[in-house]
Design a protein around this ligand. Structure first.
Ligand SMILES: Nc1ncnc2c1ncn2[C@@H]1O[C@H](COP(=O)(O)OP(=O)(O)O)[C@@H](O)[C@H]1O
Ligand SMILES: [Mg+2]
Length: 322
């Protein structure tokens, strides 16, 4: 299959009557086959953007093309080309997983013969084969998310929208979902637009990440480039003898400015030299350290730098399922 179109968004705005500018001039471009991470805290405007791009909500202004179709003038074209697993997905608690798959396949006009094969194949892929004949009301949060994903994959769409697919999931379900998203992108060439409030998820999955805050993109690049932009890594040293902490601090101080360290350790942002230079300097001074580590900047450092706030722990309940 030839895939030539990704997502093109120009100056998208969405205002709500009694609310803020939920989306405040967003422009972005996602290449075919790319995994694009839309990272931001609760209320940043992620879901509103996804609703607009999936034609479920009209923009106040601005334009966007998804899979080559204009989201306002060619909505049905967009809908035929995309799959979406959205927050608060409409699963019917009284239907089984398999019944959901059947319904979705017939909605998308799959021939009856193909429906069962496709449904079973997808349920297998997301690990729901055994639960296929159970009603959704007995599913865990993770199982519901995986069913959402399977439903979004029914018609082999070239572009997939996933709105916080792993929020509230336990680490195991989260990593299973990551594997599947990776597989879809690498093996099937699916373009993925994924929103998340997890730094690690954006870092792991996305080819490029946009950091969104209060309706605006405040940074956009590959995770590596975003982190590199923050600058050099920090180096942290822990003396064997606690009494030598000051000596360690002094040596580290030659290499850059002090940054917070865990207790019993000292740390600096590495502005001069490298780790080997630090090792040599500590050695020359005769200070023994039991631990010396280089910490790369994280996406949280990027968020902090761009917004003045920390993303980690900035609300957005991390209620892992029991
Ligand atoms: N239907 C709506 N009416 C009024 N305000 C809304 C509506 N939907 C979202 N908002 C507001 O728009 C902002 C962005 O919301 P949303 O896109 O859901 O953020 P996110 O998905 O990043 O958590 C929030 O301040 C939210 O309260
Ligand atoms: Mg949301």
């Amino acid at each position: 299959m030839e895939r030539r179109h990704g997502i093109e968004v120009e100056n998208l705005v969405r205002e709500f009557k009694k609310g803020p500018r939920a989306v405040d001039g967003v422009s972005l471009s996602v290449s075919p086959g790319e995994v694009y991470g839309f990272l931001g805290p609760n209320g940043a405007g992620k879901s509103t953007t996804v609703l607009i791009l999936t034609t479920l909500l009209p923009p106040t202004s601005g334009t966007a093309r998804v899979a080559g179709y204009d989201i306002v003038k060619e909505g049905s074209g967009v809908r035929s080309a995309i799959g979406a697993a959205l927050q608060e997905a409409a699963l019917d608690p009284f239907l089984t997983g398999r019944e959901h798959m059947n319904l979705q396949s017939s909605l998308h006009g799959l021939p009856r013969k193909e429906r069962k094969v496709r449904g079973d194949e997808l349920l297998e892929r997301v690990g729901l084969s055994e639960a296929a004949n159970r009603r959704v009301r007995g599913y865990s949060g993770g199982m519901k998310r995986r069913l959402d994903l399977a439903l979004a994959l029914v018609h082999r769409s070239e572009i997939l929208f996933l709105d916080e697919p792993t929020t509230g999931l336990d680490p195991q379900s989260r990593s299973a979902l990551w594997d599947e998203v990776n597989r879809l992108a690498r093996d099937d060439g699916v373009t993925v637009f994924l929103t998340t409030q997890y730094l690690e998820e954006a870092d792991m999955l996305a080819d490029r990440v946009a950091i969104i805050d209060e309706g605006k993109i405040v940074a956009e690049d590959t995770p590596e480039a975003l982190k590199a932009e923050i600058g050099r890594p920090s180096v942290e040293a822990t003396p064997v003898d606690f009494k030598e902490l000051d000596a360690v601090s002094n040596v580290l101080g030659r290499f850059g400015g002090t940054v917070p360290a865990s207790s019993g350790s000292a740390a600096v942002r590495l502005e001069r030299g490298d780790l080997a230079d630090v090792v040599r300097a500590l050695d020359t001074e005769g200070v023994k350290v039991m631990n010396l580590q280089l910490n790369s900047p994280s996406l949280d450092d990027v968020f902090l730098e761009k917004t003045g706030r920390s993303l980690e722990g900035s609300g957005g309940g991390e209620e892992d399922e029991a």
